[in-house]
Write a protein that binds this ligand. Structure first.
Ligand code: 5GP
Ligand code: ZN
Length: 146
């Protein structure tokens, strides 16, 4: 079976730009961001679906997601809004089968850029993702605002 990339990140066996960590969850920069400062909040324990989480894990994920979203809003990039999004299953475009909450910032007049990022995502994947330096900078900026 293919190893789970988010479990590898939790186990510190794969690189990540970490924004926040506690006993239950981890927040990190999305390596293929749809918009700048795209953060994922992942449950530390492996589970594919939201209904597989304990009530405590589920509530905690959203509580941390809310804190991260406030920090993202206050960060240097100053988004106007954020999407809170969970793709819960393959048919709902879940590509990593490990529960995660997207905190996806939106900026002024960025609808075209958003669609452009969706279309360009395969190219970014071929490239191996966004620059680690940039992701680390954004993570540090968001961390400062927590
Ligand atoms: P999904 O499509 O499952 O809702 O979202 C999975 C997210 O994980 C995508 O936005 C994708 O860019 C991100 N992702 C996939 N692999 C990695 C990785 O190795 N590191 C990080 N930080 N994000 C990843
Ligand atoms: Zn996993």
């Amino acid at each position: 079976m293919k190893p789970c990339i988010f479990c590898e990140i939790v186990a510190q066996q794969a690189p990540a730009s970490i924004v926040y960590e506690d006993d239950l969850c981890l927040a990190l920069m999305d390596i293929f961001p749809l918009r700048p400062a795209h953060v994922l909040v992942i449950n530390k324990r492996h589970a594919q679906y939201v209904h597989e989480l304990s009530e405590q894990e589920r509530n905690h994920l959203f509580m941390v997601g809310n804190k991260i979203s406030l920090a993202v809003r206050q960060s240097r990039l100053q988004p106007l809004a954020v999407h809170f999004n969970i793709n819960d299953g393959k048919a709902a475009h879940q590509t990593v089968p490990h529960v995660h909450l997207h905190i996806l910032p939106r900026y002024k007049h960025d609808s075209l850029a958003f669609v452009g990022s969706l279309l360009a995502k395969p190219l970014l994947m071929l490239k191996g993702g966004a620059s680690r330096e940039l992701l680390n900078e954004q993570a540090a900026d968001i961390k400062r605002c927590l």
